[in-house]
Design a protein around this ligand. Sequence first.
Ligand code: PSU
Ligand code: MN
Length: 302
Amino acid sequence: MPETTLLLSEEVREALDARRPVVALESTIIAHGLPRPRNLAVAEELESLVRSEGAVPATIAVLDGQAHAGLDKGQLERIATDPEVRKLGHRDLAPALASGASGATTVSATAFLAARAGIRVFATGGLGGVHREWTASQDESADLRLLARTRITVVCAGVKSILDVPATLQRLETLGVGVLGYGTDRFPGFYLASSGEPVDWTVRTPEEVADVMRAQDALGGPDTALIVAQPVPEGEQLDPRLHDQVLAEALDECQERGITGQAVTPFLLDHLTRRTKGASLEANLAAVRGNVRLAARIAGAL
Ligand code: PSU
Ligand code: MN
């Protein structure tokens, strides 16, 4: 892909050329997953966390029809504050580029662009997945299919607990996406340290993750993502009873108000933040911070 189609910041390009560690960060969590004005502070904090671990952050987004990996301060500010910024999955990238639109990239679009830039490690909060009531809505995040054909390591706190977690794990198995529990044999539950579901593989250090990535490369595949699922620390998780109660209300309200498509996930996240008086937001942030740090260490170990 020509460099002008996906513009790397100078810092990101130099780091990649010198084979120094780079961590891709998504922008949808900033534009559509977190309340304003806190989102801008978080975006800046995540970048500095990556730096403090000795890696270069590459926040990915589309601005005025131009895809970027690595944003300057003003560009990050636009993503966090401009209400015109759309939510872009990977299928939206070509229309956004052609029409000059601006948008924040979801896990699917971020992983797609990061892999094209040659970035191997990506950190986020929770992946998209199979929504509850899938039989009625057929709502499965495009994240899953894209991760099934992109060789990138994604550090996350599992999939968002608003989803059908067992169904999502089943889909990941079908799609051949590797899942490693980081320091746990349970799949994390995003706001909760555990979803209760088992994982088949457990790793305990960034070096062990890097070993798995090297083995994948030595084998020449599979060309799928490797998910490193790190739980939010138990002391920082959302109270599980509050979580279950508020989530049930949020799902009901989503259905009553007829919210569909791309709007579902931001609606549910926002609803939970309001109904838990910010506690779900704190748990979400604790998870993301941990993931960003771990991603930087994995990129370093590689
Ligand atoms: N993780 C978070 N907050 C978010 C998301 C992930 O902690 O807002 C975003 C990611 O960008 C993910 C998207 O790709 O939610 C999933 O949206 P959908 O279910 O519409 O595919
Ligand atoms: Mn969806």
